[in-house]
Design a protein around this ligand. Structure first.
Ligand code: UDP
Ligand code: MG
Length: 139
């Protein structure tokens, strides 16, 4: 089934000029980039985005990292897009990520792991709505 999921190319990747290289992996996997914008995330935006992790010990550092440089927010579309993108991203910790995945190819460590992808279709909807309106998305 055709779905949409939400992606972020994180500061560690934008800082190293990896936006195009990561997009090539995304498109190579058959996912279509149907909306994309480069933004400087505010502290409020990052806190809200990662609210579910607010009680975790890495939350403060995560918010700091996500606001340390521009990010590229994206909507990806395709067959089974949510699960497919999770697979293309690889494990959260790049040391555990499979060969050929974005995190295996590019991530520096578990905190600076180059990309975000929604973990459910419900979250994908909420995350897309935090950064895009329907008019921004051209499928
Ligand atoms: N994170 C971290 N330390 C950890 C676990 C997670 O810094 O021990 C960061 C990491 O950037 C990760 C994000 O918090 O991508 C969100 O964690 P989650 O468990 O949702 O991983 P993801 O869905 O990004 O694979
Ligand atoms: Mg997650």
């Amino acid at each position: 089934m055709t779905e949409r999921t939400f992606s972020i190319i994180k500061p560690d990747a934008t800082k190293r000029n990896l936006t195009g290289a990561i997009n090539a992996v995304i498109e190579g996997a058959g996912l279509r980039i149907v909306a994309q914008r480069r933004i400087q995330m505010t502290e409020d935006q990052a806190k809200k985005f990662y609210e579910v992790h607010a009680a975790r010990p890495f939350y403060g550092e995560l918010v700091e990292t996500m606001t340390s440089a521009p990010v590229v927010v994206q909507v990806l579309e395709g067959d089974n897009a949510m699960a497919k993108y999770r697979e293309v991203m690889g494990a959260t910790n790049p040391e555990q990520a499979a060969e050929g995945t974005i995190r295996k190819l590019f991530a520096l460590n578990v905190g600076e792991n180059s990309v975000h992808g929604s973990d459910s279709l419900d979250n994908a909807k909420l995350e897309i709505a935090q950064f895009f309106t329907d008019a921004d998305i051209v499928g």
